[in-house]
Design a protein around this ligand. Sequence first.
Ligand SMILES: Nc1ncnc2c1ncn2[C@@H]1O[C@H](COP(=O)(O)OP(=O)(O)O)[C@@H](O)[C@H]1O
Ligand SMILES: N[C@@H](CC(=O)OP(=O)(O)O)C(=O)O
Length: 440
Amino acid sequence: MKVLKFGGTSVGSVENMTNVKNIINDGEKKIVVLSAMSGTTNQLVAIGQDIEAGNSAAAVEKVTTLHETYKVTVDNLLQNGDLNASVKAYVANVFSFLESCASKTFCVNLENQIVAQGELLSTYMFNAFLNQEGVSSTLLPALDFMRIDENKEPDIAYIKENFKKVFEATPDSEIYITQGFICLDTEDQISNLQRGGSDYTATIIGAAFLAEEVQIWTDIDGMHNNDPRHVENTHPISNLSFDEAAELAYFGAKILHPQTVTPVRADNIPVRLKNTMEPSAHGTLISSVTAGDGIKAIAAKDGITAIKIKSARMLQAHGFLKKVFEIFETYKTSIDMITTSEVAVSLTIDDDSNLEPILAELDKIATIEVDKNQSIVCLVGHEVVNHDDTFRLFKILQDVKIRMISYGGSQNNISLLIDSKDKINTLQKLNTYLFELVTP
Ligand SMILES: Nc1ncnc2c1ncn2[C@@H]1O[C@H](COP(=O)(O)OP(=O)(O)O)[C@@H](O)[C@H]1O
Ligand SMILES: N[C@@H](CC(=O)OP(=O)(O)O)C(=O)O
């Protein structure tokens, strides 16, 4: 059995929901994971922000506007009178809950309940649509089986056991619809797998019952060799290894949640990226097979903070780096890139929520310089470090100021740290030097 995940755009309009219905209605039993309709999660996050800022009038206004768009969608989607009425009643219930949130005190639990409504809405509506179209489907509530542990990692044993229970309770269905992104935490409160987390839901479920394949259906024909939002002349990559896909996802290729391949790689479950609007396109197959050496793709991750730690104590001394790493460990902050010289070490973090106490500790042992608004540009491909054409990368030095380079840490990844304002220019130049010019 396969797991098919459809993202926000794929369920973002009646036309696209019809495409999804046609893709899944092939007589095979399958699990279908849905995201919220595109734009909804952003609106729900904005409603939470209004509540946090104490602006309940603005929150109510956003709730009302969003409700209006849902009423129109339900009318366009469901012509069957009974289904239309029952779905409208469900939708009205969700929006009256959201309105009631506007006058509550903000807390993370409240925010999580608010953002969870997007997936609850899309799955309820889509399941009713399938029923209207005569397709046999069952809604499996993700909150009955999807749970994260105290480290916010999926609780695989719990998920396996509970997924089996809910799945086996309705053995005769052909299509099982469930919500991506949302889950419970250890206190049984609603939580989520972070933005873009529906991809992760799909591979967690795929791993839970050893699916034959996980398919991620989106609005583009697979993983491209560069960010198509910023660079012209990108092209889809037909095959990626788990390692290559994991690096690209972690370093910012938005098409995949950073953790997408983690649950499935050990069991060698392939992940196929497909285009809902063009189902016949090959897309990208992510598997244990490595196809070819050299640079395959470039991705960029924003919101990086660089910290330079300079100390004469480093000179011919040992143990300094240990002290530095312990400080980051204490504040549960992971380090992405690192470069060293005899008297200084530069490193990057993508989570600066504990930056102040980290800097206060570092300040006791060294002189510190901090640069915010940095981006990591990451070049990925099997044996990229050893490939003959990789030298072309260094032509970039004539165009952009590079703050750090990580080369050789892994055979499959070269990372550059640049100021975020140079990101688009860097991605474009790298595209030209690495993929477009035949001779350097
Ligand atoms: N390297 C890349 N390859 C393909 N798409 C990319 C890449 N980098 C960024 N994207 C963007 O990712 C988008 C798809 O991801 P996302 O918006 O999360 O889709 P969905 O809503 O279907 O989950 C594409 O429309 C594209 O603009
Ligand atoms: N709706 C969530 C989860 C998700 O995965 O969305 P999408 O598949 O549209 O990226 C979000 O917007 O983050």
